[in-house]
Structure formats: structure tokens, C-alpha cells
Design a protein around this ligand. Structure first.
Ligand code: ADP
Ligand code: MG
Ligand code: ZN
Length: 592
């Protein structure tokens, strides 16, 4: 087992849970593995698949993501293939021939493939030691990403004549979802392997800023040389933020379900191949994506439940290096999810469940307790809780921000209106917009017209909400009026502070300064990797992860022997990729 791991993947030791899962598969048992994102779930079916004769079938939820997995295996000298509807007849035939000759060790397919009788017939002729269900939470209706096709495929798999083991793998499953998966896939109670959900390299932060856009722009500028994902809840918001990036000359790409397949594929490739650093996306992006060096995931809006949040945030730092998971939110996000639940066509039971999940998510944004512990408690209620000492609650990073100036501007605007006006009119006036109504009322003549033109609509509504909660403004049917208490404020006898908001972090996040790593060499090695990647059409991190490059830059290996001792260097990679890196290290050393 260890030999297979080090020969093909270059790792000396298994991560928690991997060995137990693999042993059970080799013993021909059906297994459920619950390992955190980045915990190394792929190895759990890849190592036994290499040890057993025949073709391991991997069921994966999205067609567009199989290519990465297959490329990664090919990059390690392993014959893997996928079959999907985006391929030409000729390509499909070629794969079928290889399958029939018994040359393919891993075949990736989407569950829908099993609807095709021809395909099922082909499978019947193969030797199949193992069927893997990746992202197995998609099987359960109680999961956060239920796909009916994932459930329907199960009986078709069981109907195959071969006698294979089944492994189901997932990162984010509540106890209920785990039970459901095990029952459906015929997995014994004793054959569930679960490791801690904790991922110590992720630094969780909650930031109730009212200036989300500014926060994100500042953050991305400060971290311009590393990769990150920004999740928004709507396509519109994705596009708006992307535009804001373009205005500031920040390179970014977008991804949402409204784009064509081709556009989405392009966006994903640009990101995976390190051609752009930032992707702004809806939650359609990222499942199974193979990019281990994502250094931050920012949620521009609050997701509807903690499973989705943890799954999406967990796409950061899969290489084990420190990464930020930041949740921005405003009270308005809550209303949106409540609305989604209320209009959903699901039965009442299901709606209740979603409502409970939403409540837990809201609690996460409000808690003063350790964020990591809060997450762990959600997934593992019996786990002993410890403070992580690094999340924004543990380090008390969130400062309140003096919004007295903004408060005065808003209040004086409201006071100058010739009649009582609604939220949206006031925001439009402050932003300096001109509608027929504004012109009709001569509001464009007011001194407050355009007074806050640098603030976005959502910044302003957030500020107004703060003033309402603090009692300075009253609202009735969307109409805003000033409370008597504003007098004190205007006379400069009081200050207004936002609920905790982090304006600027004092210490820069130390995601680029790992101890002992020669940064200049690391950058050179990264560009070697980039060149190789373009040349071989393999994603950079499939060649070597950032972790492995950091080890190179730390230890400065002089020979192939030195290199093979480093995590992530297997014999295939040693032969094919290492020479270039060795050369670079040598000439770097010669210079200093
Ligand atoms: P996930 O559990 O999220 O599917 P992956 O299978 O994509 O995670 O693995 C995440 C990263 O961890 C990959 O870069 C993989 O090569 C690496 N990895 C997996 N197993 C080990 C191991 N035993 N030692 C070191 N790195 C590993
Ligand atoms: Mg995975
Ligand atoms: Zn903490």
C-alpha cells in the first residue's frame, strides 16, 4: 500500500483515514469515507484501484470537472480516461477500445452515463474491482447538493454482474446524510471511516462590513499574487463585482450557470492554469475542482446553510498551506434565503429542515465564540471543543468603525427632503442618480444630491439599516423618518459606531511568508511550473503542488535522491518533471 502511494504519488505517509479506507476496500468491503476537503479523498480510491486488477469506475457529479482528475492521473503516469457527452464519437470509440483491452485503470463518468444502455453493456464486459462515488453527499436528499441522478444510478450499479467493492466519499455530511448514504449503498455500520472535520490551515473570519465591495477590492489588491475565489449569491452580483474589478484593472474571470459551457470551461481552465488569479462565481463553481493552491475564499453573501459554506470555503488551502475563509454578510442575505425557502415547492418537512439549517448559518455569523469550533460542533456534535486561536473571533480582530460622518450625511439628506421618502429614493439622491421622480421633486438641486456617490447601493442600505437598528431612523412601510435623537448626533455630541467591522487588518495575513522558504527561488520555480504547464497542457498544481515547490525552495535539493525524499515527488514525476526544477535550483544557487 505504502509502495503504491510513494511510487505514483510521491507521498511517504497516509493522511488520517486513508489507510483504513483503503484496507477495507482491499478486503472487499463497501466503505463510506468522510474526510475534510483537501483531506485526500481521491487517494482513497486511486491507491486501491492501482493495486487491484481491472478498471475502477469513478462516479463524479460534473462532466466539466473530470478532465482535471484524469489529467492529474496521467501526469503521474497512470492510464485514466473519462467518457462524457462533450466528446466526439471518435474519441469515445478510442476510449472504449482501450477499456476493452483492459488498459484503463480509472474510468470517470457522470451518473447520467448509466442511462445509456450501450455504456452499461460495455461495462458488463470489463473487470471492475471497485466503484467509487465521489462527492457522495449528492446521493442524499438531506444533503446540500442533492442530485436525483446520483440516487438513480445506484440500482444500475448494483445490477452489474461483477463483484466489486463500493466506496463513497464526501467531505461535508451531517450525521443524517451519512446514515442515508450508508443505507442506500449497503455500507455496514462498522465500515464508516470518519476523520475530524477540522482543517487547521484554514483561518475563518466573519466580517459584517457594510462596504463589501471595497473590502473585497482592497483584499484582492493586497493578495494579488495568490489565487482566490469570491462567491456571490446571484449572477447579477457576480457580474457587478467582476465589473468593479475591471474598473480597477484587477484581472478576474467569472463563472455562473448563465454562461455557455464553453465560457465556463474557459473560466475554469484560466483559473486552474494560473492564468487569472481571481474567479468571481456563484456556487455553480468549484465542486471537485482540482486546484490545491487557492489561498482565500471570500463569501460576498451568506450561503443558506453551513454545509454549503464549509464545502465552498474548504476549497481554500487544499495543499495544507495557510488560507483565509472570509464570510461577508448583511442582514439582507437572510431575507433572500427565507424567501427561497418560502417559494420552494418542497414539502413542509423539507422546508422546516432548510429553515433550521438557515438558523444555524445565521448563528455562525453572529456568534462571539470560536468560528472553527462552531463549525466542528455542527458536523461533529460529540467532538471536544477547543478554541482555534486564529479565527477572527479568537483574535478579536473585528473592530467597530466610526460611521458618524456617514450618519450625518444620511440624516441631513433625509431632513432636506420636501416630503417623507422611501429607502430607495434616499439612496438614489445620496448616490447622485437622476430619475424623472427626482427631477420632478427637484431633489437633484439639493446639496446632498450625490453627497455619497462613492458608496454602492448595498453599502448605503447597510448603513441605513445600522441607523435604524440604533434608533436614529424610523421606518414605516419603507418610508424613512428621523428620530428625535438625531439632534444630539448632529450637534456632534455623539458618535455612531458600526457593529464590528474590520477596516484594515493591522498585520498582513502571513500567507506568503512561510518560514525558511526562499521566496525568490519559490517564484522562479513557480514560473518553471507555469511553462511546463502550458507546454504539457497540465494544470500547474498537477505537476507539483505549492507545498512541494515550497519544500524545494526550502531544502534546495541537489540531486534526484534529494528530490524523491520530498513529499509530492513520485517516480514518474521525478523522471519527467524534476530535471527542469533541479536545473533551476542549481543555477539559482550558483548566483548567490
Ligand atoms: P479531497 O479530499 O478534497 O478530494 P484531494 O483528493 O483532491 O482532496 O487531495 C487534496 C490534496 O492532498 C492533493 O493535492 C493530494 O495530492 C494531496 N494528498 C492526498 N493524500 C496525501 C498524502 N497521503 N500525503 C500528502 N498529500 C496528499
Ligand atoms: Mg475530491
Ligand atoms: Zn477560533
Amino acid at each position: 500500500m505504502e509502495t503504491t502511494l510513494s511510487h505514483y504519488f510521491g507521498y511517504e505517509t497516509f493522511r488520517p483515514g486513508q489507510k483504513e479506507i483503503i484496507s477495507k476496500i482491499i478486503d472487499h468491503r463497501n466503505v463510506l469515507g468522510v474526510l475534510p476537503t483537501g483531506g485526500g479523498k481521491s487517494i482513497c480510491y486511486q491507491v486501491p484501484g492501482l493495486m487491484l486488477d481491472g478498471t475502477t469506475i469513478v462516479i463524479s457529479p460534473l462532466i466539466s470537472l473530470m478532465k482535471d482528475q484524469v489529467d492529474q492521473l496521467n501526469a503521474a503516469g497512470i492510464n485514466a480516461a473519462y467518457l462524457n457527452s462533450s466528446m466526439t464519437q471518435k474519441q469515445q470509440k478510442a476510449v472504449e477500445q482501450e477499456l476493452l483491452r483492459g488498459e484503463v485503470q480509472f474510468l470517470y463518468v457522470a451518473p447520467e452515463r448509466f442511462d445509456n444502455g450501450y455504456f452499461v453493456n460495455l461495462l458488463q464486459q470489463l473487470t471492475i474491482p471497485l466503484v467509487a462515488f465521489d462527492e457522495a453527499h449528492c446521493i442524499s436528499k438531506w444533503g446540500h447538493d442533492f442530485r436525483p441522478s446520483y440516487q438513480e444510478v445506484i440500482h444500475k450499479v448494483f445490477a452489474l454482474p461483477q463483484d466489486f467493492a463500493i466506496v463513497a466519499l464526501t467531505a461535508t455530511a451531517t450525521t443524517e446524510v451519512q446514515k442515508d448514504i450508508m443505507q442506500r449503498l449497503n455500507i455496514n455500520k462498522n465500515d464508516e471511516i470518519k476523520t475530524s472535520t477540522k482543517r487547521r490551515n484554514l483561518v475563518f473570519k466573519v466580517n459584517p462590513t457594510y462596504q463589501r465591495q471595497k473590502f473585497v477590492l482592497d483584499y484582492v489588491k493586497e493578495h494579488s499574487d495568490v489565487a482566490g475565489i469570491i462567491y456571490c449569491s446571484t449572477r447579477k452580483q457576480v457580474e457587478e463585482l467582476h465589473e468593479a474589478f475591471q474598473d480597477q484593472n484587477i484581472q478576474s474571470t467569472i463563472y455562473h450557470a448563465g454562461l455557455s459551457n464553453k465560457e465556463r470551461e474557459q473560466a475554469q481552465n484560466d483559473f486552474v492554469y494560473d492564468r487569472v488569479r481571481v474567479v468571481v462565481a456563484t456556487n455553480a463553481f468549484g465542486m471537485g475542482i482540482d486546484k490545491s493552491n487557492v489561498r482565500y475564499v471570500i463569501h460576498y453573501n451568506m450561503p443558506g446553510d453551513l454545509e454549503s459554506y464549509y464545502q465552498e470555503a474548504g476549497r481554500a488551502g487544499r495543499d495544507g498551506l495557510n488560507s483565509d475563509c472570509i464570510l461577508l454578510f448583511s442582514e439582507r442575505d437572510i431575507g433572500l434565503h427565507q424567501y427561497f425557502i418560502s417559494v420552494s415547492k418542497a414539502d413542509d418537512d423539507y422546508k422546516d429542515k432548510m429553515g433550521e439549517k438557515l438558523t444555524k448559518m445565521i448563528q455562525y455569523t453572529k456568534t462571539k465564540k470560536c468560528l472553527e469550533a462552531t463549525l466542528v460542533h455542527y458536523f461533529e456534535p460529540n467532538e471536544k471543543l477547543e478554541e482555534c486561536q486564529q479565527c477572527s473571533n479568537c483574535v478579536h480582530e473585528n473592530k467597530t468603525y466610526d460611521m458618524t460622518d456617514e450618519a450625518k450625511m444620511i440624516i441631513s439628506c433625509i431632513a432636506r427632503m420636501k416630503q417623507q421618502e422611501s429607502y430607495s429614493v434616499i439612496i438614489q439622491v445620496l448616490r447622485g442618480e437622476t430619475s424623472d421622480y427626482i427631477k420632478y421633486c427637484d431633489y437633484d438641486q439639493l446639496s446632498t444630491h450625490g453627497l455619497m456617490k462613492d458608496y454602492t447601493t448595498s453599502d448605503l442600505s447597510h448603513l441605513i439599516d445600522e441607523l435604524r437598528f440604533k434608533g436614529y431612523l424610523n421606518e414605516h412601510d419603507e418610508i424613512l423618518t428621523c428620530d428625535a435623537s438625531v439632534k444630539k448626533l448632529l450637534n456632534a455630541n455623539a458618535a455612531v459606531f458600526t457593529t464590528p467591522f474590520k477596516r484594515k487588518s493591522k498585520e498582513k495575513v502571513s500567507i506568503n511568508t512561510v518560514e525558511g522558504v526562499d521566496k525568490a527561488l519559490f517564484d522562479e520555480l513557480k514560473s518553471v511550473r507555469q511553462q511546463l504547464s502550458e507546454q504539457l497542457e497540465i494544470a500547474p498544481v498537477s505537476i507539483f503542488s505549492d507545498y512541494t515547490l515550497e519544500e524545494f525552495a526550502k531544502r534546495k535539493p541537489e540531486s534526484k535522491q534529494d528530490m524523491i525524499a520530498i513529499d509530492g515527488v513520485g517516480s514518474y514525476k521525478l523522471k519527467h518533471y524534476c530535471p527542469k526544477f533541479l536545473e533551476t535550483i542549481q543555477s539559482y544557487k550558483a548566483q548567490i
